[in-house]
Design a protein around this ligand. Structure first.
Ligand code: TRP
Length: 430
């Protein structure tokens, strides 16, 4: 079981791939987090590739929990959002102020301040271009959609996904559904209709991803199934299927598909289709359905990033302040924390010269690997470490300089970013 509410978790990434059906990314995306396998898994990312290859619109979505400070570990999600934005994604960001009120008692006013000052201003300084950021507490679309989505699941399913029991708080029922609504509402008709939508997350959020993908499928009238490359379309619901079948056949024939209807089985069989065309067919039908079903959504895609190790080994956690670098730390504080970090080094300098260090278990090496976009540089650091020519002291001060430069840049841009905030926040919708 993956539990998004537990704070102490280690993940065996290979096992997640084997047991939870998370898939490995292919090499379509040429971005350092993919190249370095920092994004180790994905679900449904082929939809995003399809949208990009075919110059179709697509969305990127994430949410932030306004509590505490934004730290280097949270930065990875925003790096990806900025990357997808550069590929053309329309970006949405939810401020999870309902969640932070419910779980930490943070008032909406305070959540707003934290979200803007600790998170959004940094996102802008990091290069996020104007996009749509909203507050859960103010968004009528997401709240009403959550209500509707709740009809698509039941307690047995939530128990199975989250390990809930009869005394679990209803918050653990409501918050995954609100989160599903955060993601899916970006495909509502007045926002552009059904579109591939990518959600970059840490793997602890996978239960939410599975749930929202299932909910999206359940609201659709057309469902596309592929059996060894033979594609069929099924019409769900209790209404008579004729008009749905006829309309779909018309659309599919216009794209040169040869279709045979089966009214009794509420199905259309497509003759000349190949496995690769499943997405195309699904998108054709999603767009058709979007015309009459306000809640016709394309299953969202997800990327799963590895969790960065804390500077003390173990998890980066706000309850261990020295385990993480907050984006509001001064360069001096950050340098000090890095100096006191654990490493993959040997006991003595002599031994390290002889045997080399172990960058694979070193949180200081991770600072390079997760936060430098220069592949050659990162490889050089790695090789110098295992080759015994790079000592931990020197390596820490170099990492400290790099991170300080990044932090200094953020603080210099702060005022300017703050002034741009109106290009990002969308007005309340009720
Ligand atoms: N639950 C997420 C967290 O704790 C925040 C969140 C809310 C979110 N809505 C979202 C994340 C939508 C991704 C997509 O960090």
């Amino acid at each position: 079981m993956i539990n998004p509410w537990s704070s102490s978790q280690y993940f065996d990434y290979e096992k997640l791939i084997k047991e939870f059906g998370i898939e490995k990314p292919d090499d379509y995306f040429d971005y350092f987090m993919f190249r370095r396998k920092l994004i180790f898994g994905q679900r449904g990312l082929d939809y995003l590739e399809y949208a990009i290859k075919n110059k179709m619109k697509f969305n990127a979505m994430t949410g932030l929990m306004p509590s505490g400070h934004m730290h280097l570990g949270n930065k990875l999600t925003i790096d990806q959002i900025i990357y997808f934005q550069s590929l053309g994604a329309e970006v949405y960001i939810a401020v999870a102020d309902l969640e932070s009120y419910a779980t930490r008692g943070i008032s909406f006013e305070r959540a707003r301040e934290i979200a803007i000052n600790e998170y959004i201003v940094n996102y802008i300084s990091m290069g996020l271009k104007p996009c749509k950021i909203y507050f859960q507490s103010e968004n009528f679309d997401t709240q009403s959609l959550a209500f509707i989505l709740s009809n698509g699941t039941n307690m047995n399913e939530l128990k199975a996904i989250y390990g809930l029991n009869d005394s679990s708080s209803m918050l653990h029922v409501n918050s995954p559904i609100i989160q599903a609504a955060d993601v899916l509402h970006t495909q509502m008709r007045h926002l552009g209709g059904p579109r591939p939508t990518v959600v970059p997350v840490g793997v602890d959020q996978d239960p939410h991803i599975r749930l929202m993908r299932d909910l999206a499928k359940r609201l659709r009238i057309y469902s596309v199934k592929s059996d060894h490359g033979k594609i069929s379309v099924f019409i769900k619901g209790t209404e008579s299927p004729e008009k749905y079948i006829d309309n779909a056949m018309e659309e599919l024939s216009a794209s040169s598909y040869e279709c045979t209807p089966n009214y009794e089985y509420r199905a259309i069989y497509i003759k000349n289709s190949k496995e690769e065309e499943r997405i195309k067919i699904d998108m054709i039908l999603a767009n058709l359905e979007g015309g009459f079903n306000e809640y016709a959504f394309v299953e969202p895609s997800a990327t799963f990033q590895k969790l960065e190790t804390g500077l003390k080994g173990g998890k980066m956690s706000s309850s261990v302040p020295d385990s993480l670098i907050s984006l509001n730390d001064s360069p001096a504080d950050a340098t000090k924390k890095i100096k006191h970090a654990v490493t993959g080094g040997k006991q003595t300098v002599e031994e390290q010269r002889k045997l080399g260090g172990n960058p694979d278990i070193c949180p200081v090496f991770e600072l390079y690997k997760y936060h430098s976009n220069d592949d050659k540089y990162v490889t050089r650091v790695y090789e110098e470490c295992i080759g015994g020519v790079r000592m931990c002291g020197q390596c820490k001060s170099e990492a400290g300089e790099n991170i300080s430069k990044f932090l200094k840049n953020l603080s210099e841009k702060k005022d300017e970013s703050f002034r741009k905030i109106d290009d990002y926040l969308i007005k309340r919708s009720s």
